[in-house]
Design a protein around this ligand. Structure first.
Ligand code: MOS
Length: 705
């Protein structure tokens, strides 16, 4: 495959509000989601799969009795660890299901039921009788058990960092903030629960596995499955034409995908359909670990930081390690000569944690940005001035120059727009009827990432249009639309001259729709292929010529610290008699590089702000450590913000183009909206009431008594 050095492209379609190219399919119900593929797609009548989950948190399955289930009308098979197909590779303990009788967490898949209808499968699953040898388990995260030091934390980051003498600087500091902040377990709740449709076939004498899966990355699913199933990558094909959200929960293949693959292996080619229920998602499709952040800030009398320490405690699972990088934003946000960060984990007998919108940045910035607000109060400095005073000249821990750091502009512009001037210095200074009123601010940040291994294909069509193909996935963000705009500008044509093909692992490789890196990674590959195509074939190519290319390594990627920034403002009202909390106004101002499509970008940023509001006020998965599972496992008990909670909310951005980062000048917008938002709400609640809440969610009981 060709590698192409990319040049910036001229923005003609980029920056305009091209309507969602798949909007009509979606609003008319013609968009086909994973579970909906059927005979009309040429598929045989499928069998339906239901998952049987462990009712103990640790131990062994002694016996799976499927007799009653098999006598139930419509039930075709019960598969357990003694009968499931064997896997070649079991290193991914989350995916290596049904290979032995070991139970690692409550909710683990211990048997599969196949039936002619979903109802029969579900009824059959209820009739499967599993006997266990239970062992004592540990399912509670505490300060005294989160002591394990992982080799690295998520995204390949260092577990610990240290510079200077933090203890000495803290001892000598004029102002000190020393406090502990907590964020709860949280679960992603995309509108479309996870679903997989799988079937096996044969090609050239070799077995093949084909899937429709609700995933953030079709190539990622192939990469996870093929070695475990003893196949070559070209024996697995995964498609995800439409996905109803993910937020990270569909970023990695989870055990249910393997369940569908294994079950389908036993059906002589008949497809197997699996819909994960909302309740099952709370055990099977990842979640954000709870975090305990010990923050110590030391400063001079004017608030200038001399020391920053952020020691994180959180949990991982015994069956597979996942360490959230919660201290990572503390490493680059503010200047201070003496700094220390660390992550320690409790390894618990619990479901496997994973990605949730802005892993690391989200919980880490709750702690850091509430602590900064406490420092502002302690030093008697305005919270915005405090952040200006601690603005670093270079990335504090790597020493690299920031590519483009416009945090202060975001803060100042937000302050103007929000009406920050004249804000009372003292808390509990404003009352409106029965409501205490306060305002708060927090910084936001998210790294800008371009993933390796992306390629795209450009082919000229008979009608003068271009087919542009890459195995990327649009999880509802608008990727199909913005990639069409990028391809149009890269080829110098109108958007309607682009026929975009995505969401199929038979297309050129694409990284996950995650880490706010999709547009940057896939867009750069599309630009590389388009620029190579034009160099080889000109702008009036013969029909049917084709170029596949990836972007050549860009040395700038290593020379600069690439991050996006933002400032979030919130007004919080707390009812003086009931403690009820309302957030009538929120404003986020962001520096995210060029915005490719203002409509879809605003949706991403507003969605992030809403999810941050939701975390601030509602979201909390409650695990009953006696049994080891999350008991708040539906939307009646796991509350997410809904329409009535979301009042005035605005997102805007600075005009810019980050030509150093990628040829589009964009940086990524999927996650930054959630970062800092909960802290802004909590800081405003403090300003309203004088009550400092250091844990999420910020609930009414804190303000009573
Ligand atoms: Mo997102 S948590 O990077 O899928």
């Amino acid at each position: 495959m060709t590698e192409q050095q990319t040049r910036p492209i001229e923005a003609r379609s980029m920056g305009t509000d091209l309507r969602r190219v798949d909007g009509v399919e979606k609003v008319t119900g013609r968009a086909t989601y994973a579970f909906e593929h059927a005979a009309s797609d040429g598929l045989a009548d499928p069998l339906h799969l239901w998952l049987v989950q462990s009712t103990v948190a640790k131990g062994r399955v002694v016996d799976v009795d499927g007799h009653a289930a098999l006598e139930h009308a419509g039930v075709v098979a019960v598969i357990d660890h003694t009968t499931a197909p064997r896997l070649d590779d079991t290193t991914n303990g989350e995916l290596a299901i049904l290979q032995d009788g070991a139970v690692h967490f409550r909710g683990q898949i211990v048997a599969l039921v196949l039936a002619e209808t979903p109802e029969a499968a579900r009824e059959g699953a209820a009739l499967v009788h599993v006997r266990y040898d239970a062992e004592p388990h540990e399912a509670e995260l505490r300060e005294d058990n989160a002591t394990y030091e992982p080799d690295e934390v998520n995204a390949g980051q260092a577990t610990d960092t240290a510079e200077g003498d933090v203890d000495a600087a803290l001892a000598a500091a004029d102002v000190v903030v020393d406090a502990t902040y907590r964020t709860p377990y949280e679960h992603n709740n995309p509108i479309e629960p996870h679903a997989t449709l799988a079937w096996w076939g044969e090609e050239d004498g070799r077995p093949t596995l084909t899937m429709y899966d609700s995933t953030q990355g079709v190539h990622g699913v192939v990469q996870s499955l093929f070695p475990m199933l003893g196949l070559e990558p070209d024996q697995v094909r995964v498609r995800a034409p439409y996905v109803g959200g993910g937020f990270g929960s569909k970023g990695e293949a989870h055990a249910h995908v393997m369940a569908a693959a294994l079950a389908a292996r036993t059906t002589d080619g008949r497809p197997v359909k699996l819909a994960v229920t909302r309740q099952q998602m709370f055990a099977l499709t990842g979640y954000r670990t709870a975090t305990i952040s010990h923050l110590r800030l030391g400063a001079r009398p004017d608030g200038t930081l001399t020391a920053i320490e952020h020691a994180v405690q959180e949990q991982t699972s015994a069956v597979r390690e996942y360490a959230e990088q919660s201290a990572s934003p503390t490493r680059m946000m503010y200047a201070a000569e003496n700094r220390r960060t660390s992550h320690r984990l409790a390894r618990l007998d619990v479901a496997v944690p994973s990605w949730m919108r802005a892993p690391g940045e989200m919980p880490g910035m709750v702690a850091l940005e509430i602590a900064m607000d406490e420092l502002a109060v302690a030093a008697g400095v305005d919270p915005i001035d405090l952040r200006v005073r601690n603005e670093p000249e270079v990335d504090p821990e790597t020493g690299k120059p920031f590519n483009d750091r416009r945090l202060i502009e975001c803060l100042r512009r937000g302050a103007d727009r929000f009406g920050w001037a004249g804000r009372p210095t003292e808390p509990r200074a404003t009352v409106d009827g029965d409501w205490w009123v306060g305002t708060g601010v927090a910084s936001s940040t998210y790294p800008a990432m371009r993933m390796p291994g992306n390629a795209a294909r450009v082919r000229s069509l008979d009608d003068g249009r271009y087919a542009v193909a890459i195995g990327a996935v649009d999880i509802g963000t608008g990727a199909r639309t913005v990639l069409t705009q990028i391809a149009a500008d890269a080829l110098g044509v109108e958007a309607d001259a682009i026929a975009l093909e995505i969401a199929d692992s038979s297309l050129p490789p694409a990284s996950v729709a995650g880490g706010s890196s999709g547009t940057s990674s896939w867009g750069t590959a599309i630009v590389a292929a388009a620029q190579r195509f034009r160099a080889d074939h000109g702008d009036t190519p013969d029909p049917g010529v084709e170029t596949t290319a990836s972007a050549a390594d860009d040395p700038a990627m290593k020379e600069y610290a690439f991050h996006s920034f933002g400032a979030v403002f919130a007004e919080t009202r707390v009812h003086r008699w009931t403690g009820e909390i309302r957030v009538p106004r929120m404003l986020g101002v962001y520096s995210v590089g060029r915005v490719v499509n203002p409509t879809t970008a605003r949706s991403q940023l507003l969605g992030g702000l809403v999810m941050g509001l939701s975390a601030a006020l509602f979201e909390e998965s409650y695990r009953d450590a006696r049994f080891g599972h999350v008991v708040t496992q539906d939307l009646a008990t796991y509350h997410v913000a809904s329409h009535a909670d979301v009042l005035g909310i605005e997102a805007e951005w600075l005009e810019e183009s980050d030509d150093r980062f990628n040829p589009m000048g964009s940086r990524g917008i999927g996650e930054i909206g959630i970062v800092g938002t909960a802290a802004a709400v909590a800081n405003a609640a403090y300003h309203a009431t004088g009550v400092r809440v250091r844990s999420l969610p910020v609930t009414a009981d804190h303000f009573l008594g």
